[in-house]
Ligand binder design. Structure first.
Ligand SMILES: [Zn+2]
Length: 328
């Protein structure tokens, strides 16, 4: 496997990809599973997994999509657990914007924050529900206090912003019996209440009447928010309980937290660890762009009875898919 840190741009009107030369500081060295979010024309990248042993990062880099310039925002820090596969959003409190990084999986932390949990897996990697706030004006890290019912240590979930100070977390992997990771299908909301407090609520989970639709457990799915009367989340794909792709897609209405299933072709839904972006064409019509990802995990014998997970990247003609969602 090769890791890249190149920048490619998709023109959705022509469907063409183009490669770009970047400027500024050197780009992050192509780790996988980095935290990522956008604000205006900027893309923020934090940490990620290096691809060998249990080497993770926690520096923060910024890419400007107009100037194609990289900037290092934060160097490595001892108070933030080095990790990847968590969630990051940009939220606002009293006129100040913060990067909010939550959960994930990483190497043994340098600093254990007392209000968070750290679960070691059989392979030595550590799952956490650690939260970090980065004040974008002062460029200082804050370890916030949590109130309400926070998620347990989780990785591979989605964290999606639905208002200036509120986000929705769905799914991911938690540590189950025998210290192995198992997928879940819970929904939580988290709200930035002040510059130091995040309030969590658990939305009624899958323990609901059989008539109520609820997606199965998964990780490596993709969710994006489309704005109609109230924000609606669109979810595509992911990997389920038995290591198989879930091959489905759902809408989550964030006023009532009701799920409804939508039907999309398997060439779109049959993937995990992909990206999903909305383009609002009109109030009644949104285009969804699905890019990349991988197929189901296969456990292959690498000799001496040791099995390792492999999955194949999605290939052409299915790498970039465009779907139109109309009203109803
Ligand atoms: Zn490394």
């Amino acid at each position: 496997m090769k890791l890249y840190s190149t920048i490619d741009r998709l023109d959705f009107r022509t469907g063409r990809w183009s490669s770009h030369v970047t400027r500024g500081t050197s780009p992050p060295l192509g780790p996988e599973g980095y935290f990522c979010t956008i604000r205006n024309n900027d893309i923020f990248y934090m940490g990620g997994y290096c691809g060998h042993d249990n080497c993770y990062h926690n520096d923060v880099n910024l890419f400007n999509t107009l100037t194609y310039e990289w900037n290092k925002l934060m160097s490595s820090s001892d108070i933030v657990m080095k990790r990847g596969y968590g969630g990051m959003v940009c939220m606002e409190s009293m006129g100040t914007e913060y990067l909010v990084a939550i959960g994930g999986i990483g190497s043994t932390p340098t600093t254990y924050q007392s209000q968070y949990q750290y679960d070691q897996m059989v392979n030595g990697h550590v799952h956490t529900n650690e939260h970090n706030l980065l004040n974008l004006s002062t460029r200082q890290w804050i370890i916030p206090t949590i109130s309400g019912q926070c998620c347990p240590p989780t990785s591979g979930f989605t964290l999606t912003k639905i208002s200036n100070n509120k986000s929705v977390l769905f799914g991911g992997l938690v540590i189950g019996d025998e210290r192995y990771a198992v997928p879940v299908n819970n929904v939580y909301t988290c709200q930035l209440e002040s510059d130091t407090t995040i309030h969590w609520e658990s939305v009624k989970g899958p323990v609901v009447p059989a008539s109520v639709q609820w997606p199965v457990e998964r990780h490596g799915h993709a969710i994006t928010s489309i704005i109609s009367d109230s924000p609606t989340l669109v979810m595509i794909g992911g990997q389920g309980n038995d290591g198989q792709l879930v091959n489905d897609s759902w809408l989550l209405d964030t006023s009532q937290y009701q799920w409804s299933k939508i039907v999309l072709p398997e060439s779109v839904t049959g993937r995990k660890s992909h990206s999903l972006s909305p383009i609002m064409m009109s109030p009644d019509c949104v285009w969804l762009v699905v890019v990349g990802g991988a197929g189901a995990t296969e456990w292959r014998d690498v000799g001496r009875g040791v099995k390792k997970p492999f999955s194949t990247c999605i290939t052409d003609p299915n790498i970039t898919m465009l779907i139109e969602l109309g009203k109803n």
